[in-house]
Design a protein around this ligand. Sequence first.
Ligand code: ADP
Ligand code: MG
Length: 247
Amino acid sequence: MSTATATSVSLAVRDVHLAFGPHQVLRGADLDVARGGTACVIGPSGSGKSTLLRTINRLIEPDRGDVLLDGRSVLGDDPDALRQRIGMVFQQFNLFPHMTVLRNLTLALRKLKKLPEDEAVQVARAQLDLVGLAHKAEARPAQLSGGQQQRVAIARALALRPQVMLFDEATSALDPELVKGVLGVMADLSAAGMTMVVVTHEMGFAREVADTVAFMDAGVVLEAGPPAAVFEAPEHPRLRRFLSQVL
Ligand code: ADP
Ligand code: MG
């Protein structure tokens, strides 16, 4: 996955506010991810982690604040173009069930990247090979394990050559024995230099793979720093309480 290194960017979320009706969900969230870095976002359910990811790739528009790629705001960009630069992987895979694995990958390459069929197939097969699923190209999603489906979803996002990858609890829906394989693909991607934001409950992954761990609570990043600082010397009482519940 060496191509990830050449194209990755720095990502910054600046003072992002967002309300759903009367419900203020993001209250000035800030996050910095270095070029090629991996930030893991941890925090209690309902704290705004998924909403934060969705504002980064503009599935939701923030009310206030900014999202910067290499110092340039993405808020004026065409959302469809932006989603080629920022890939996202969800808890529930979101593969098209009626299409083969290969077609799940080639569809976006043809529609968004306008690649001709033969080139799309070539890119898709190469990407499936990188996640160890070249032999499943002709299978339907339902014929795969959850872990394999999630690796297909990751390959589908990577096939578009994004500069940033967002993962929203990508392993939370998996049977325990399948989690490791998916986390392995994510760790490889991080090591290859992809810029990533990973919302996760996997504290071992955060400790080993992240450069930055950001603790979200009530719509803000309350504390962020290197894993050693966040896990071994948490400053905020709410972070200490959260860690005592999950570790
Ligand atoms: P987390 O991912 O940390 O569990 P979310 O970002 O999913 O948190 O949600 C934060 C809060 O925003 C929750 O209270 C949730 O109910 C609310 N919320 C999320 N999406 C919507 C939406 N589309 N409409 C209204 N409320 C929402
Ligand atoms: Mg969530």
